[in-house]
Ligand binder design. Structure first.
Ligand SMILES: [Zn+2]
Ligand SMILES: [Zn+2]
Length: 261
């Protein structure tokens, strides 16, 4: 299956797991494809290099909303870099972009995030790339900005964190919902309610490694080779065979990211 969202470069910084080993260990457990996400100028360049190096890896490029909020005048050239890299054939996604009202509580920072989000949406439209959305405590404004700018043909709600109501709103607009290890946490019944109402062909799975490690390894650094824990949990929650779940996750990643790789 596919890890639809991870940060191989941050994984190395956090746990010391070399990206080469991370890709190899993932393939050994059947996670044969990875979407590598860049969050700042350096990370975006790294993601493109990773996608050039490993056939199993494609890249997403963007300025993360929390980075956008604190970059000041550097944001303008950073967005120009994203626009340039987004034209690379191994870059399938613009993201992660969006709104993070948890880490950026001030009104000025949030206004910068909304403008940067709109700029990323425009880049996704221009080059027909998948939009990967980061949403933390900002569900309504995420919908507002996307409704105003227009939803790109393919949108992934990464680390989906909403309830059934928000899930329905995203699904009605054609988005895929990507579930991370958080769906396995006991307190997150609302995520499982959202999962339960999503059509099987709109569900993705991701690690967001090195963060959000699934149960029973919560608290340890995450990596793509641990995603089977989440995939098994999704299959069990939906009451379907693991094989069928994996086939769906594989097919859905192709649809969400503009074809196989
Ligand atoms: Zn995120
Ligand atoms: Zn991420």
């Amino acid at each position: 299956m596919v890890d639809s969202h991870c940060h191989l470069d941050s994984t190395q910084a956090k746990s010391g797991l070399d990206p080469e080993d991370a890709v190899r260990l993932a393939a050994q457990v059947g996670v044969t494809r990875i979407v590598q996400i860049g969050c700042d100028p350096e990370g975006c360049r790294w993601a493109v290099q990773a996608a050039e190096r490993w056939p199993s890896v494609i890249a997403g490029v963007a300025i993360h909303p929390n980075d956008a909020a604190r970059m000041g005048p550097d944001l303008v050239p950073a967005l120009e870099l994203v626009e340039g890299l987004a034209q690379h054939p191994r870059v399938r996604a613009v993201g992660e972009t969006g709104l993070d009202y948890f880490r950026t509580p001030d009104a000025a920072g949030r206004a910068v995030q909304r403008d940067a989000f709109a700029a990323h949406i425009a880049i996704a439209h221009t080059f027909d790339k998948t939009l990967v959305v980061h949403d933390r405590d900002a569900h309504e404004d995420i919908l507002d900005v996307l409704d105003a700018e227009g939803w790109p043909a393919r949108v992934v709600m990464h680390c989906f964190s909403g309830d059934d109501h928000f899930a329905r709103a995203c699904l009605n607009r054609g988005a895929h919902l990507s579930f991370a290890g958080t769906v396995t946490f006991q307190a997150n019944g609302r995520l499982r309610a959202a999962l339960a109402l999503a059509p099987l062909d709109r569900v993705l799975v991701e690690t967001d490694a090195p963060y959000l490690t699934p149960m029973p390894l919560r608290g340890k650094p995450n990596a793509s080779y641990l995603i089977p824990h989440t995939a098994r949990f999704l299959a069990a929650t939906l009451g379907i065979e693991l094989e069928r779940m994996c086939q769906a996750l594989n097919d859905n990643a192709d649809a969400a990211f503009g074809g196989s790789w």
